[in-house]
Write a protein that binds this ligand. Sequence first.
Ligand code: NI
Length: 193
Amino acid sequence: MAKLRIRTYGDPVLRQKSAPVRTVDAELRRLARAMGEAMYEHRGVGLAAPQVGIHKRLIVVDVEWVKKEGDGEKSETGKRNLRVYVNPEVTWESAEDDSMSEGCLSVPGVEGEVYRPRKIRLKHLSLAGLSHEEEMDGMLARCIQHEIDHLDGVLFVDRMPFLKRARIAGALNRLKKDTLAGAAPAAKSAAAL
Ligand code: NI
């Protein structure tokens, strides 16, 4: 499979809703593998198919392979554990929220606090085509909610409180201009999900 290009803020593909996967086949497994490679290459911890311009409900996540240092830099732990979720769907969420600073491979250079439910129950298909349901919390729950948003055309900046969003409006406008001019910067360490 050709190398995948990560789309950035301003690209209309990020605003399109993705369709459920009908068949888990070899082609989908190849796509998941290629998405994992793109995610690791850009030092991300999660990636959703629409971020590479493919509108299928497929996400990949690995919240263990990088850890964040105090100054925001990340270091590799060396252990890779790529999790793949097909047609992920939140069937329950806790009333209790958590706030955490998020970034996104599609919104390089921008980070911000987002409130999300602390715990979720997730229903999904595995790459073997089997149905699973599990409860999760912490970084994994956070990351999966961020990725499912991508499947619905929603970005984390949409969920930032109004005043905080106003503060990043300039950066978003610049990024949009660069994206439309084909000159958006490649995501590196600041991005995460
Ligand atoms: Ni993202």
